[in-house]
Design a protein around this ligand. Structure first.
Ligand code: GDP
Ligand code: IMO
Ligand code: MG
Length: 427
């Protein structure tokens, strides 16, 4: 069982950080394979709370080697400040490995992210403003700057100049902004080089060797399935592939090496930013989910949009990721509702639809078809086994499992490491 993927099954913020941290004590490597510091992964260890953006959650487990894979976009300033923040709290970060092939987020990517959003006006995506999209766009356009470029000053300048050639025209002529000076960007980037150099490694080779030696490697996704640039609610998506295939391209480990794919699934649904969301609530139930669930963004502090569980999305996540298991999180948040609506299908222009429509307009028109499951009032935060749960909570979990297409192997009943019911072992 050497390699597993752990990813978001909805629109992000499902509790990936907690789930990764829980397994971190038993695995040798935790690898981020896509995204960047748009992620906000919360880990609660005892009375300590950590918010990780770029670093893999495995960094909090002393025996584990954290890896930033080639598919990640790295803001060097964020990397160094996150490392020093953890060091100040006594966390040893010396084992970190960073792929030399990962692309950088530079100050001009962040600028472009913000001006593009402003330019889009009411059609904006609601990005995190961290430069994620522009950095991935440069990668695909073959004008990106990679981590390894930090260590060759003349190459770096040539590449930054090439990247800015076109962008400066756009900034000046379209956005009425001052052009960015390549030499200044290079100077800033070079200022990070020495501090980053010691972490840079051939991560693809190291991870493949580790798997051959039967070490356990865990891939930690950022964002979620419905934010995937290919399989999500395009264009209201992020610019990478959080879905399972991204773990392969974003790390250089082939699909035959991956034995298990775990979807992190919230017991209800949330979304940050713009885009369709069929079960979104605009009433006091939505407000209650936000308040009880603490649904405020870890990265941007924005209110998360909240709604009921959507089984159509869960089934879709099972399909496009080849999920072997679910980790159901935040079941405790649903305590106290007399009955809990669950979306089992959509109604689209008068038709009942059981699978996620591939057509964007259809998805925008999708109305949830609800089934109502009986709720529970007992405190479940101390439950250690499935049988400790009240009958209606058990029935809710079983119903979600039947609708979602993969076994629920763990259940979160609180944010802490130990507030988890393990149904089947992941390792
Ligand atoms: P991620 O981006 O997927 O890692 O998730 P976030 O950290 O952005 O959001 C999940 C939030 O839920 C965090 O505040 C976690 O501490 C919290 N959390 C995770 N699992 C549970 C759970 O089972 N119950 C409760 N009440 N909170 C949880
Ligand atoms: P974690 O890993 C929730 C959303 C943004 C926006 C869209 C594009 O914590 O689950 P981007 O800055 O990536 O170009 O923004 O994606 N988004 C997230 N939503 N959780 C995240 O990460 C997210 N990362 C990006 O809100 O709608
Ligand atoms: Mg998050």
């Amino acid at each position: 069982m050497p390699a597993l993927v752990l990813l978001g099954a909805q629109w992000g913020d499902e509790g990936k950080g907690k789930a990764t941290d829980l397994l971190g004590g038993s695995v040798d490597y935790v690898v981020r394979y896509q995204g960047g510091n748009n992620a906000g992964h919360t880990v609660v260890v005892g009375d300590q709370k950590y918010a990780l953006h770029l670093l893999p959650s495995g960094i909090l487990s002393p025996g584990c080697t954290p890896v930033i894979g080639n598919g990640v976009v790295v803001d060097p300033q964020v990397l160094l400040s996150e490392l020093s923040g953890l060091n100040e709290r006594g966390v040893d970060t010396s084992k970190l490995l960073v792929s030399g092939n990962a692309h950088l987020i530079t100050p001009y990517h962040e600028t472009l992210d913000k001006v593009t959003e402003r330019f889009l006006g009411k059609r904006k995506i609601g990005t995190t403003g961290r430069g994620i999209g522009p950095s991935y766009a440069d990668k695909i356009n073959r004008v990106g700057i990679r981590v390894q470029d930090l260590f060759d000053e003349s190459i770096l300048l040539q590449k930054v100049e090439a990247a800015l050639d076109f962008k400066n025209q756009v900034l000046a002529k379209l956005y009425n902004r001052r052009a960015i000076v390549a030499e200044q960007v290079v100077e800033e980037l070079l200022g990070y080089a020495d501090q980053i150099k010691g972490y840079v490694a051939d991560t693809t080779l190291i991870l493949n060797n580790a798997i051959d030696e039967n070490k356990v490697v865990l891939f930690e996704g950022g964002q979620g399935t419905l934010l995937d640039v290919d399989h999500g609610t395009y264009p209201f998506v992020t610019s990478s592939n959080p879905t399972a295939g991204g773990a392969c391209t974003g790390s250089g480990v082939g699909p035959t090496k991956i034995s298990r794919v775990i979807g992190i699934l919230k017991a209800y649904t949330t979304r940050v930013g713009a885009g369709p969301f069929p079960t979104e609530l605009f009433d006091e139930d939505g407000e209650a989910l936000r308040t009880i669930g603490g649904e405020f963004g870890v990265t941007t502090g924005r209110n998360r949009r909240c709604g009921w569980f959507d089984a159509v999305i869960a089934r879709y996540a099972t399909r496009v990721n080849g999920l072997t298991d679910f980790f159901l999180t935040k079941l405790d948040v649903l305590t106290g509702w007399e009955r809990i609506p669950v979306c089992v299908a959509y109604e689209i222009d008068g038709r009942r639809v059981e699978e996620l429509p591939y057509n964007q307009s259809d998805f925008h028109h999708a109305k949830p078809v609800y089934e109502y499951l009986p709720g529970w009032t007992e405190d479940i935060t101390k439950a250690k086994t499935f049988d400790d749960l009240p009958p209606n909570a058990k029935a809710y979990v079983k119903a979600l499992e039947d609708m979602s297409g993969a076994p629920i192997s763990a259940i979160g009943v609180g944010p802490g490491r130990d507030e988890t019911i393990e149904v089947n072992s992941f390792l």
